[in-house]
Ligand binder design. Sequence first.
Ligand SMILES: Nc1ncnc2c1ncn2[C@@H]1O[C@H](COP(=O)(O)OP(=O)(O)OP(=O)(O)O)[C@@H](O)[C@H]1O
Ligand SMILES: [Mg+2]
Length: 308
Amino acid sequence: MSLLKVNDLKVHFPIRGGFFKRVVDYVRATDGISFEIEPGETYGLVGESGCGKTTTGRAVIGLNHVTSGEILFEGKDIAKLRGKEKRLHTRDIQMIFQDPYSSLNSRKRVLDIVAEPLRNFERLSPDEELSRVQALVERVGLNPEAVYRYPHQFSGGQRQRIGIARALTLNPKLIIADEPVSALDVSVQAQVLNFMQDIQKEFNLSYLFISHDLGVVQHLCDRIGIMYRGRLVEEGLAEDIYENPQHIYTKRLISAIPEMDPAKRLEKTHLRQAIDEEYYAGYEQSFDENGRLFDLKKISDSHSVSTP
Ligand SMILES: Nc1ncnc2c1ncn2[C@@H]1O[C@H](COP(=O)(O)OP(=O)(O)OP(=O)(O)O)[C@@H](O)[C@H]1O
Ligand SMILES: [Mg+2]
């Protein structure tokens, strides 16, 4: 059984207008997407800014209301749960946020930040709590004394490690990592990503890894879903996506990965221009008569593409 199975998930936000603030339309931020994550697997959700990645992640963890669809976690539909019952069933899902500067409460000490999820679920004595938190803080590579300090006393990379320690406190099964390194320096990004891979094995974690950049997730994901305007346009094993991309939008994301080898840069620029032309010329053909992206169709056991 999959750890997480998302079935035709829709999250629509009402747009209000006019004198009576009536609902005039909806933002279809997530508009019918389905995917599964196996235990221990890393699934990448990749697409441009505004395509609905965060909305999808927040819906899975229960921070966004669900318009329709199912979110089966270990077989139980958590989209329909509310309140305390929901909290109980989602304690095995934690989130790491995009921006380590604003996602940590600046007035709280690291001890209180990391212990907060624990306090919601377990009754520990102050000593037990302290030693649990210190062990985690050490595990993410910080000094145990760090628990008495405040977020502003740390660098961006260190703050993201605090965010990771917090996500690990309850021993979750799934971590939703929403652009966890995009606010960090390139030199620190690799460190944090490597670290996330190390703890994945140790804690037997599954990741839903959200990114706008196919370059960042290249060596991280087992499978990848390419998201565009609230829908998936392609899904497959990492090698399907990088070696054999089918949808023009996927090809475009791949052509946007920076070329490290200066000798190949010019060639890459030409390729990018050719793909851009194909993209604009064929744009209309990606949508059905209602302006909706086509459903995914299987082209191999592991690989599906949105086509008419
Ligand atoms: N609470 C909300 N109310 C209304 N509209 C929203 C809300 N949250 C998100 N949206 C809209 O839904 C769409 C998808 O937003 P979302 O944050 O999921 O995108 P994203 O893929 O995470 O983008 P980014 O890469 O910039 O983080 C956007 O058009 C956004 O304006
Ligand atoms: Mg986002």
